[in-house]
Design a protein around this ligand. Structure first.
Ligand code: HEC
Length: 116
């Protein structure tokens, strides 16, 4: 009886940790997106090959100078970077950036949302 109770509470505690832990982690990370680092990544990953920001860059993709004013949010940006098709009804022409770390994605998203 005692052992069963102990197992039960251990399971309960790990569920609580999983559930709340991931929730807190996400909201913390969301705030931790670093705009300056995101800009460095934008240059490093050659996003400007296809996108223009303030007059500089290519024309394959939309101008991103006002991306942050488009009513997207951090989560949308991250999902779009990882899999652009998941956020559109048509098949878009942007490559998937699905090899980046969560931190890199959040930094890029923070940078994109800062463009207003
Ligand atoms: C090979 C060309 C190409 C590259 C490289 C590219 N994109 Fe795109 N991007 C596109 C195209 C085409 C679209 C329009 C379709 C879409 O929204 O997915 C787009 C759309 C976008 C949008 C607009 C989404 C919206 O509708 O609000 C953002 C933001 C964006 N790209 C960010 C990036 C970032 C950041 C990088 C670099 C990590 C990048 N792109 C690299 C072609 C590219």
């Amino acid at each position: 009886m005692r052992i069963k109770q102990r197992i039960f509470s251990a399971v309960l505690v790990s569920f609580a940790v999983l559930f709340f832990g991931s929730g807190i982690g996400w909201s913390k990370n969301e705030k931790a997106g670093n705009v300056r680092n995101g800009k460095l990544l934008y240059d490093k990953l050659k996003c400007s090959y296809c996108h223009k920001i303030n007059g500089k860059g290519g024309n394959t993709g939309p101008d991103l100078s006002k991306e942050g004013a488009k009513n997207r949010d951090i989560k949308w940006q991250v999902r779009h970077l990882v899999d652009p098709a998941s956020q559109h009804s048509k098949q878009p022409d942007m490559p998937k950036f699905d090899k980046l770390t969560d931190k890199m994605l959040l930094d890029l998203a923070a940078y994109l949302e800062s463009l207003k």
